[in-house]
Design a protein around this ligand. Sequence first.
Ligand SMILES: N[C@@H](CCC(=O)N[C@@H](CS)C(=O)NCC(=O)O)C(=O)O
Length: 217
Amino acid sequence: MIRLHHVPQARSFRILWLLEELGESFEVVPHSFFDKSLRSADYLALSPAGRVPALEIDGRVLFESGAIAEYLCETRGRLGRMPGEVERAEWLEWIHFAETAGQHLANLTQHHIALREPWMRSPTVMRLEAKRLEKVLAVPDRVLTGHDWLLPSGFSAADVAMGYSALVGRRFVRLDSLPALAAWLERIAARPAFRRALARDGVAEIYRQEFYEAPDE
Ligand SMILES: N[C@@H](CCC(=O)N[C@@H](CS)C(=O)NCC(=O)O)C(=O)O
């Protein structure tokens, strides 16, 4: 049985959603950022930096969401674009560009949520990171103008990887100037596999607000 180590709303949601899109049967092993379970010796044996996702599959453990997405698409035969296929390079680019957004999401989450005392936070960093994230999200917005999905041939794991980044990204960046991205997120929300994944996500403990405004100077 495939086992996904997951924290609700975290980047492991990409893999939860992808497994649902692939129609795989799997178990979700829930964790929390707040109970130190990611720092236990048992968990560090699975994921040495104590991060999610970690995926137990085919007799081994994999961490790093981009690598897991590639592995799942290669071994489960769908939603990837394989070597030799026309869209292979673009597919790889999106799978990993999702983590260019991910670094800004991590910084913004740390500043708005994890750092509880106002004096710990830098308003300059919060504004800068939101602007930088907006520039990243403008890239799929341009590509999606006039298209339903990131690749011309249709939905793929690229939409899952980047889609998660945009779903969290809209908590820090208003989508008024990114209409194609906003419409894509609506198409994503209507997908049965996405809804099934949301139902298995668990109780939200990271993002409790719809939007986190960057503070003024
Ligand atoms: N690039 C990695 C990032 C993994 C990562 O940092 N995950 C966060 C959750 S979004 C985590 O586990 N944080 C726990 C911690 O930093 O202690 C991936 O995409 O898998």
